[in-house]
Structures are given as C-alpha cells and as structure tokens.
Write a protein that binds this ligand. Structure first.
Ligand code: AP5
Length: 233
C-alpha cells in the first residue's frame, strides 16, 4: 500500500451542545486547517432558499437526519476545495456509519485518511441548559451562550456587530429527538473509529478552556502535531 499523505484530518463527534462548534474555530486557527460543519452548511442552504435547504429545514426542525447521500456529496464538494487540501476539521459529519464508510472511501481515492477522531463525551442532562441558552451568528457559525459566554453587547456578534439568533431546533422538545438520533445513529460511528485505533475521548463537561488544552495535548502526544502559530498554552 502507498504511504498516506501527511496532514491533520480530524473528526469531532459529540451530542448536540457538547462544544464541537465552540472548539472547531479554535483548532482551525491554531493548526491552520479548514473547518467544515455540515450543520452550518445546511443552515446556509436554508438561508439561500435552495431546494436542498428547504427539504433539510423540515428534517432539522424535527431533530431528524438529512439523508446520507445528500450529506456525502455536500462534504465531497467542500473537501475538494484548495483550502482543505492541507488538513481539515469535520464537525457534525460523519453522523452515521454509512457516512463514515463513504468518507473513508472518498479520502482513500486521494491517498488520504482521517488521522484522529475526538469523542466529546458529556452527560445528556447537562445539554439542555447549553442548547436552550445558545445564541448563534449565522454567517460565521460562531456561538455564544446567554449565561456561559454572553456577547459583549446583548444579542450582537462581537466580531461583525450583526444580530445573533436562537436556532429553531434549539428547544427542549427537538433536543430530545436530536439526542435520541445521536445515541441510535452516531454512537456506532465512535465504535467504528475506536476499532481503527484513532479515537480519543474528551471530558466535554469541563470548561471550554480545559477542553481546548486537552485537544492540543492529544494532538501533540498522539500525532506529534504542535499548533502552527501559538506555543502550547
Ligand atoms: P448541527 O448543527 O451539527 O448540530 P448538533 O450536532 O446538534 O450540534 P450543535 O451545533 O447543537 O452542538 P455543538 O456541539 O456544536 O455545541 P456548541 O459548541 O455550539 O446539526 C443540526 C442538524 O442538521 C441535525 O440535527 C441534522 O438534522 C442536520 N445534520 C447536520 N449534519 C448532518 C449529517 N452529517 N447527517 C445528517 N444530518 C445532518 O455549544 C453549545 C452551547 O454551549 C453554546 O452556547 C456554547 O457557548 C456553550 N458551550 C460550549 N462549550 C462549553 C463549555 N465547555 N462549558 C459551558 N458552555 C459551553
């Protein structure tokens, strides 16, 4: 077999509200990677009013999963872009074993592979408060929290000054369904990667700062991959 290409290709897996979208932009900046969030892509499609967006909105508002083939082609289009060639962070994908298998096949054709998968482990009971208090800036995917990470100005994005919104699927009722889907469809993806020996589990109930440092320590010890621009903090 040919030697696989070097580069940091990481997958973040965790239930809704576990902190994937909070950590991904931090890792992206530190390691100079592209960040692909399928949730953000779908919300952008909804904003743009595309057919995919319209069909996805109905599913997302019920806490269900968008079909695998739709998600796989969405990821493929984005992985093929120049900014993702040196490495990437996948956030919200793969969410089913079928998606994981198709991703491996897609990467294998390019002589690449996933180097590491982070399991954001957290008890379901802690997620209600995180999800119902979340505020997001749609265009960038940045998230805040009414209590834990309030924006500098109420309901306004710190960086752009644009308004923040509450996601239509961020309520207790839909959260229950998203969590059920996580346990049924996405937990098996963790076993899929565990069997490949590339899974690390993080305690996602800790502070955001603790989680960031834990991720950096994992990349350094398992992959010998220090951050690009900052010293290890
Ligand atoms: P998606 O957008 O991926 O949502 P999700 O997986 O439910 O994840 P979230 O964005 O809710 O959580 P997060 O882990 O990013 O949490 P965050 O960092 O913001 O998917 C939405 C829908 O799209 C799905 O339900 C599905 O329908 C569809 N979809 C997407 N991908 C798909 C796929 N591959 N296949 C099929 N369907 C797909 O944190 C949450 C809150 O907590 C924030 O307010 C944050 O400020 C706060 N917080 C974060 N970390 C901490 C901390 N350490 N301590 C205290 N507060 C914290």
């Amino acid at each position: 077999e040919k030697k696989k290409e070097e580069g940091l290709r990481v997958v973040l897996i965790g239930p809704p509200g576990s902190g994937k979208g909070t950590q991904a932009p931090i890792i992206k900046d530190e390691y100079c990677l592209c960040h692909l969030s399928t949730g953000d892509m779908l919300r952008a499609a909804i904003e743009a009013g595309t057919d995919t967006g319209k069909a996805a909105k109905v599913i997302m508002d019920q806490g269900g999963l968008v079909p695998d083939d739709v998600m796989v082609s969405m990821i493929k289009e984005n992985l093929d872009t120049p900014q993702c060639q040196k490495g990437f962070i996948l956030d919200g994908f793969p969410r089913t074993v079928v998606q994981a298998q198709k991703l491996d096949k897609m990467l294998d054709e390019d002589n690449k592979k996933i180097n590491h998968v982070l399991d954001f482990a957290i008890d379901d009971s802690l997620l209600v408060r995180r999800i119902t208090g979340r505020l997001v800036h749609l265009a960038s995917g940045r998230s805040y929290h009414k209590e834990f990470f309030p924006p500098k100005v109420d309901m306004v994005d710190d960086v752009t000054g644009e308004p923040l919104i509450q996601r239509s699927d961020d309520n207790e009722e839909v959260l229950k369904k998203r969590l059920a889907s996580f346990h049924a469809n996405t937990k098996p993806v963790l076993s899929y990667y565990q069997n490949k020996g590339i899974l690390s589990t993080i305690d996602a109930s800790k502070s955001a700062n603790f989680v960031s440092n834990n991720i950096k320590a994992i990349f350094l010890s398992t992959l010998n991959f220090p951050p690009t621009f900052s010293l290890f903090k």
